[in-house]
Design a protein around this ligand. Structure first.
Ligand SMILES: [Zn+2]
Length: 226
C-alpha cells in the first residue's frame, strides 16, 4: 500500500525487521538504553513519515469513501497515510497504531507526534510525559504489546457487516488482520484479494488479482464501466 509513497516495507526482503532487531515492550519499559535506541530509530524514520504523501492506492480508497462505498478500513500500516488522504479517523482501525501520535504509557494521554519530534533531544534521556512523568512512546503497537481490544471489536464488526471486503496489498499471513477476510467471507460477503504474492485465502476468495496495487489500478481505471 505505502511502498509507492517511499515508506519501507517491514516484513519483506530488505524490510525494516531485517535491518533492526526490534525492541520489545518490556525492554522499552525496563531499560533506558533500549528506550533511547528505540527513539533513535523512530527519529531516523520520522522525516519519511512526516513527509510521506498518500499514493494512488490510498487515494483509491478515499475515492470509494467519497462515493459512499467505504464503511471502514482496517490496516496494519502505521504511517498515517490513509488519514493524510482525508479518510476520517473514526472510519479507520489502525490495528498496529500510528506513528503520527505519541502516547503516555502511564496516563494514556495522546499528543501529536510533530510537536515531539520537532525538538526531540535524546542527549538527556528518553522523553517523558509533561502531565505525569510517565514514559512516552509513539502510539504504535510494539513487539510484545497487546493489540487494543476496542480495535479488534471494531474490526470484527466491520467484517461481519460488510457485503464486500477488499484485501489489498497484504500477504494475509499476519494475525489477527488475516482473520477479518475469513470472517467476512464466512458471513457471506464477497471477498476480493489484490496482492502481488499468493495468499492462504486465494482458494476461498471470489476475486484474486496477483498484481501490484498500482498495476491493478491501471487496469481498473482502463475498464469502461468504472
Ligand atoms: Zn502521562
Amino acid at each position: 500500500m505505502s511502498t509507492e509513497s517511499g515508506i519501507p516495507d517491514y516484513r519483506s526482503q530488505g524490510g525494516i525487521w531485517q535491518k533492526f532487531k526490534p525492541v520489545y515492550l518490556d525492554e522499552f519499559i525496563s531499560d533506558e538504553n533500549k528506550r533511547i535506541l528505540y527513539w533513535q530509530r523512530k527519529k531516523e524514520l520520522w522525516q519519511g513519515i512526516k513527509n510521506g504523501q498518500p499514493g494512488r492506492a490510498h487515494l483509491f480508497f478515499k475515492e470509494l469513501y467519497d462515493s459512499g462505498k467505504l464503511m471502514g478500513l482496517i490496516t496494519q500500516n502505521i504511517d498515517g497515510l490513509h488519514e493524510k488522504s482525508g479518510l476520517p479517523k473514526d472510519l479507520m482501525v489502525n490495528l498496529h497504531g500510528t506513528n503520527l501520535e505519541i502516547t503516555c504509557l502511564r496516563c494514556g494521554d495522546i499528543t501529536d507526534a510533530h510537536e515531539l519530534f520537532d525538538d526531540l533531544d535524546l542527549e538527556h534521556g528518553a522523553p517523558l510525559c509533561v502531565n505525569c512523568g510517565g514514559l512516552l512512546k509513539p502510539n504504535t503497537i510494539s513487539f510484545g504489546q497487546q493489540l487494543r481490544g476496542e480495535d479488534l471489536d471494531k474490526a470484527s464488526t466491520l467484517a461481519l457487516s460488510c457485503d464486500l471486503m477488499i484485501a489489498a496489498g497484504s500477504t494475509l499471513l499476519v494475525q489477527p488482520a488475516a482473520s477479518y477476510p475469513v470472517i467476512a467471507n464466512e458471513n457471506g460477503a464477497v471477498l476480493a484479494i489484490i496482492t502481488l504474492s499468493e495468499t492462504p485465502l486465494d482458494d476461498v476468495a471470489d476475486f484474486v488479482f496477483h498484481e501490484k496495487l498500482s498495476d491493478f489500478l491501471d487496469l481498473l481505471y482502463e475498464t469502461p464501466f468504472f
